[in-house]
Design a protein around this ligand. Structure first.
Ligand SMILES: [Zn+2]
Length: 322
């Protein structure tokens, strides 16, 4: 079990800002997580979609409406390039601390296998995803976290695999959720919104892209790490996520089990961590309400030809790697 090239480090350090946590919701963190008006509209659309009078042109799957117009305020190229740089820097720093899983690590192979099954179904949600240079890595950190940066840069923390004893379907639920944030360009939307509320975007600058605001790409990357998504974005990622899982042949109802595990993990967690994780009953009920929309997709999807064991516990280390 002792791999000298890969350790779970309690003291894993990045010079980049501390990443937001998996499932993070800005509204919850700010103590104002009440369902926005849009949610009732979505529920209504959802009910229509599930009704017997579904129009012939309706697509099969979840319905999350159009992308936010705020995403258009900032160039997708800039966001994706910034994300790529930030990601490369983090992975390099993890490697220096021997906390980046090597290519042949079984849990990394597992993540890459699941990603290979999910990625082809992402193109329908965002055409740019066809050109993304997708990457999947595993970080030696005990934290319960995972992310997908704009441009398809995925990372899982060993802690979430190990502590929640995730089955493949649950790993697919997390990956589907995180990939959905990238596909629906929630980071781009958030940054566009922030720019607008700060009044720093003039029409010209908005049309020409973020570079004209005088911010470097490094700054874009730094912002990407810390931004919190809204409750709306979280719901959207949950729903698009279950559809991606279903199409990839993973049981979409695993998302329910995943969030139940997250809720249980929350109980023993520090309050700060709790405040940023909306692993709530509402979230689970929203997912459950949408499962019927993806059941047919799952029933017809080809099943994974490989299943992987849960991540075994690894010894945590504090001392500097030498
Ligand atoms: Zn999320």
């Amino acid at each position: 079990m002792d791999d000298p090239d890969f350790q779970v480090r309690d003291d894993l350090q990045f010079t980049t800002p501390r990443p937001r946590m998996f499932g993070d919701c800005a509204d919850c963190a700010a103590g104002r997580c009440t369902p926005p008006a849009q949610r009732s509209r979505r529920l209504f659309t959802g009910l229509l979609g599930a009704s017997a009078f579904m129009p012939a042109w309706a697509r099969e799957g979840v319905d999350v409406g159009p992308k936010s117009r705020f995403a258009g305020m900032i160039s997708a190229d800039d966001i994706e390039r910034g994300g790529g740089q930030q990601y490369a820097q983090m992975m390099q720093q993890a490697a220096q601390q021997r906390a980046l899983a090597p290519m042949d690590h079984p849990q990394l192979q597992r993540l890459r296998y699941i990603a290979q099954r999910i990625i082809p179904h992402s193109y329908e949600w965002n055409d740019r995803a066809r050109q993304w240079k997708w990457e999947v890595n595993l970080l030696g950190s005990p934290e319960l976290n995972a992310f997908c940066m704009p441009g398809g840069k995925i990372a899982f923390y060993y802690g979430i695999l190990e502590k929640l004893k995730l089955e493949d379907d649950e790993v697919a639920a997390i990956m589907g959720h995180e990939v959905s944030h990238a596909l629906r360009e929630h980071a781009r939307e958030r940054m566009g919104k922030t720019a607008v509320t700060n009044g720093v975007v003039e029409l010209g600058a908005a049309l020409l892209g973020l570079g004209n605001l005088g911010r470097g790409l490094a700054n874009v990357g730094a912002q990407l790490m810390t931004l919190r998504f809204s409750r709306e974005d979280e719901t959207e990622a949950d729903l698009v996520g279950i559809e991606l899982s279903a199409r990839a042949g993973y049981d979409p109802s695993a998302a329910v089990r995943l969030w139940e595990k997250m809720m249980a993990a929350n109980k023993g967690a520090p309050p700060q961590w709790l405040s940023t994780h909306p692993a709530s009953g509402t979230r689970i009920r929203d997912i459950q309400a949408n499962l019927p929309k993806v059941e047919g997709l799952y029933a017809r999807a080809s099943r994974p030809d490989q299943r992987f064991p849960v991540a075994p516990p690894l010894k945590s280390r504090q001392q500097p790697a030498q």
